[in-house]
Design a protein around this ligand. Structure first.
Ligand code: ADP
Length: 160
């Protein structure tokens, strides 16, 4: 049986921190399904199509990584995929409260669902998509924070 997991997130945009979690997950799981969330309540810089495209471009040569968008509850996406293991990244204790709540709510909605938490490399522990966007908006150097293809998309968006 292949070990599969879903890594859900907004990925607005995907950063080196997310990529680090995906690489770590691939050491534990045979296949990782990256679930790009379409949340109408959350204003994103990039559309769902753009976010999926950026992630797909990065993992086009990895047969073990799949990228899909989804709207609605994570548990419903889990049921559609028939995969009940979620991966979430932890940067610091500050992530833990929210992640703990999410994990319990998800388990309440779907008792067979489990969340596996992976710690990012220390060098990405301060990194977030929103920070990257702030720096990019003011033309700061983001080359250490995101893959080159994502950097170029961000520059196109902000520099015009
Ligand atoms: P969400 O809106 O669901 O939090 P994000 O795209 O912000 O979506 O994050 C997706 C997942 O990646 C979350 O588990 C988050 O904690 C994790 N994550 C975000 N940035 C990093 C990082 N620098 N290192 C490790 N994990 C991260």
């Amino acid at each position: 049986m292949r070990r599969q997991a879903i890594y859900p997130g907004s990925f607005d945009p995907i950063t080196n921190g997310h990529c680090d979690i995906i690489q770590r997950a691939l050491m534990i799981f045979d296949e990782v399904y990256i679930g790009v969330i379409e949340n109408p309540d959350k204003k994103t810089l990039f559309s769902i199509e753009e976010r999926i495209q950026m992630v797909q471009a990065l993992f086009k040569d990895s047969a073990r990584v799949h990228v899909e968008g989804f709207e609605g509850l994570l548990v419903d996406f889990a049921k559609i995929k028939n995969i009940y293991t979620m991966i979430r990244g932890l940067r610091a204790v500050s992530d833990f409260d929210y992640e703990c709540q999410m994990s319990h709510i998800n388990r309440h909605l779907c008792p067979q669902l489990d969340t596996v938490f992976l710690m990012t490399d220390a060098k990405y522990s301060y990194l977030s998509s929103s920070l990257v966007k702030q720096v990019a908006r003011y033309r700061g150097n983001i080359s250490q924070f995101v893959p080159a293809s994502v950097e170029s998309v961000l520059k196109d968006r902000y520099y015009e």
